[in-house]
Design a binder for this molecule. Structure first.
Ligand code: MN
Length: 257
């Protein structure tokens, strides 16, 4: 079935028509291929981000560009570390170049409003570098400069929702890898991909406030989770999803109009 908000499902004539009619915002989801504990899928960051982007696009008459499905390496105290099977990372420079090229190409086609949706913790500054390089190239090439928003969706959650989702206390986003938030989102959006019987029950993993290399044989997380995902629920997932989608629509309406 055709996904009417997916840029890759349109043909060039349809895209051209949309561009000329209302120059729709284009959302670019960025994720990772990285272990997300014994209970949830390796493509978690990309999947959750794309599904949020698609719902926003349906509500805002926007389009979603194909995701960047790979991300940058973690260390044990962020995503568990690059030594886990399945964690397949690209270099920071590679990510920056991908982001730069995609934004420059969208601008070449005349896209005026771009939302870069970045979730994977370790991508952040490489994504910013890519956007910055794109804006310089776009200027040098004489294309019309687009407005680019860069958003990490979890930063849109209110304190009230965070308190409801984390009744035992919020451990901070770095420790939320494969924890309550993404597990809840999966229970709401892709329940077939979660096996809660495999969810570990350890609390937040404790780390010293620095990194040591090589780290593969150092204490870290054995499960791949940095916090227990057991208090995740489909209800929390719906709460998170609804607020993130609503807030993202508000941000887009406010910044682009
Ligand atoms: Mn991640």
């Amino acid at each position: 079935m055709k996904n009417t908000v997916a840029l890759s499902d349109l043909n060039w004539l349809e895209f051209d028509r949309r561009l000329k009619a209302d120059n729709p915002p284009i959302l670019l989801p960025i994720g990772s291929l990285e272990q997300h504990g014994p209970h949830s899928p390796n493509g978690s960051d990309e999947m959750t981000t794309r599904l949020i982007a698609e719902e926003v696009a349906r509500r805002m008459n926007a389009l979603v560009a194909p995701s960047i499905s790979y991300g940058c390496r973690s260390v044990p105290r962020t995503g568990g570390g690059n030594h886990f099977p399945a964690t397949t990372s690209i270099k920071g420079r590679t990510l920056s170049m991908l982001v730069r090229d995609i934004i420059r190409e969208l601008a070449r086609h005349g896209v005026g409003r771009i939302v870069v949706l970045d979730t994977h913790f370790e991508n952040e500054w490489f994504v910013i570098e890519g956007i910055d390089l794109a804006m310089r190239e776009i200027k040098m090439l004489g294309y019309t400069e687009p407005t680019v928003l860069k958003v990490r969706y979890f930063e849109l959650l209110s304190e009230e929702v965070i308190e409801r989702v984390y009744p035992k206390g919020f451990p901070g986003w770095a420790l939320e890898h494969a924890g309550v938030m993404t597990t809840s989102l999966h229970l709401h959006l892709t329940p077939d991909l979660v096996d809660m019987s495999k969810a570990p029950d350890h609390g937040p993993v404790e780390f010293p406030p620095y990194d040591i290399f090589p780290y593969a044989d150092r204490p870290g997380t054995e499960t791949g989770c940095l916090n227990e995902p057991l208090s995740a629920s489909a209800e929390s997932g719906q709460l998170i999803f609804d607020q993130v989608v609503t807030e993202l629509c508000n941000v887009i309406a406010r910044e682009f109009n």
